[in-house]
Design a protein around this ligand. Structure first.
Ligand SMILES: [Zn+2]
Ligand SMILES: [Zn+2]
Length: 276
C-alpha cells in the first residue's frame, strides 16, 4: 500500500466532506478510551471535543480530554452513508453485517479492537465498494492492517492532517457560536436539552425552534406513512411548518456522537433509539 505523508485540503474538490473518525484519549485518568464520531469538518470537530460541551463538544468526551484524532475514514458519498458506517463501527455486535467479528478480547486494547472492527468493515459490503480513504492523522498511532485484512486496493491509505476547509462559513447551528444549549427546551417533550449533540435547530432564519434529535426524528417518522424507513426523509418544523430534508436538519446539528469508550454502551445510537 503506497502512502504519503502530507497535508491535504479537504474542500478544494468542491465535494462535500463526510468523515468518520477515531479519537484517542490522552488524559491519564481515562487513558486508552476511544470515541468514534462523524464529522464534516475534522479540524473544527477536534477543537470542539477538546473545548468541552460549551464549545460544542460531545457530552461523553467532555472533561476527559485532551483527545487526539488519530484516524479518519473519508470519501463517503453522503452523510447518511457515513452515519450508518459510524453506527456500525460503534456497535459491531448489533450490526447484521458484522456478526462474524469477534468481540473485544480481554488483552486487546480498545483502540486495537476499534481498528480490527474497521479492518473487517472495509472488507464487507456495502462498505468495501465505497471510494473511501483511510487516513492516519497522527503518525505515532498508526497500526498495520493484518495481511489477510488489507483494505480493498481501491482505498488509499493516507497520512497527515486535512487542512482547514477554506470555503467554510460559519452557519446557523454552528455550536462554536452557541454558548450553552441547556437554556433551550425541546418543543416536543418540553424537557431541557442537555447535550449540544442532541439539539436540532430550525433552519428558517427567523425561527427559534429547538428540539431533541430523537424527538424530532420520531415526530417526522410518525408523520410519514411509510414506517419501514429507518430514518426520516424530511420533516416540517413543528413551529414554523417549513419543510426540510432530514439530511439538512442533521447538517446544521452539531452531530450525533456516541460514547464508544465502553463496549457495552447503554446509550443507544439515535437511529436505534428511534425504533425502540
Ligand atoms: Zn425532546
Ligand atoms: Zn421552524
Amino acid at each position: 500500500m503506497i502512502g504519503y505523508w502530507m497535508d491535504e485540503c479537504v474542500n478544494d474538490t468542491g465535494n462535500d466532506f463526510y468523515g468518520v473518525y477515531l479519537l484517542y484519549c490522552l488524559n491519564p485518568k481515562y487513558k486508552g478510551r476511544t470515541y468514534i464520531g462523524f464529522t464534516v469538518d475534522p479540524n473544527r470537530r477536534i477543537k470542539q471535543h477538546n473545548g468541552g460541551v460549551q464549545k460544542g463538544g460531545a457530552f461523553r468526551t467532555n472533561g476527559r480530554g485532551p483527545w487526539e484524532m488519530i484516524l479518519i475514514v473519508h470519501g463517503f458519498p453522503s452523510d447518511i452513508i457515513a452515519l450508518q458506517f459510524e453506527w456500525a463501527w460503534q456497535n459491531p455486535g448489533k450490526s447484521r453485517r458484522l456478526r462474524h467479528v469477534a468481540s473485544k478480547k480481554t488483552k486487546e486494547t480498545v483502540v486495537k479492537f476499534r481498528f480490527r472492527v474497521l479492518s473487517e468493515m472495509l472488507n464487507v459490503g456495502p462498505w468495501n465498494r465505497l471510494p473511501l480513504t483511510i487516513r492516519w492523522l497522527k503518525q505515532e498511532y498508526k497500526m498495520e492492517f493484518d495481511v489477510d485484512q488489507q483494505p480493498p486496493t481501491h482505498m488509499p491509505i493516507a497520512y497527515g492532517s486535512l487542512n482547514k476547509r477554506k470555503s467554510k462559513k460559519a452557519s446557523k447551528g454552528d455550536f462554536e457560536e452557541v454558548k450553552d444549549v441547556t437554556i433551550y427546551k425541546c418543543v416536543e417533550c418540553l424537557k431541557r436539552i442537555k447535550d449540544p449533540d442532541d439539539c436540532l435547530s430550525c433552519l428558517s432564519a427567523d425561527c427559534q425552534m429547538k428540539a431533541h434529535l430523537i424527538c424530532l426524528a420520531k415526530r417526522f417518522l410518525m408523520e410519514s406513512d411509510d414506517t419501514s424507513f429507518l430514518i426520516p426523509i424530511e420533516g416540517d418544523c413543528p413551529k414554523c411548518y417549513h419543510t426540510f430534508l432530514w439530511r439538512d436538519w442533521l447538517k446544521y446539528r452539531n452531530r450525533t456522537d456516541e460514547d464508544t469508550s465502553d463496549t457495552n454502551s447503554d446509550n443507544p445510537h439515535w437511529a436505534e433509539a428511534l425504533h425502540q
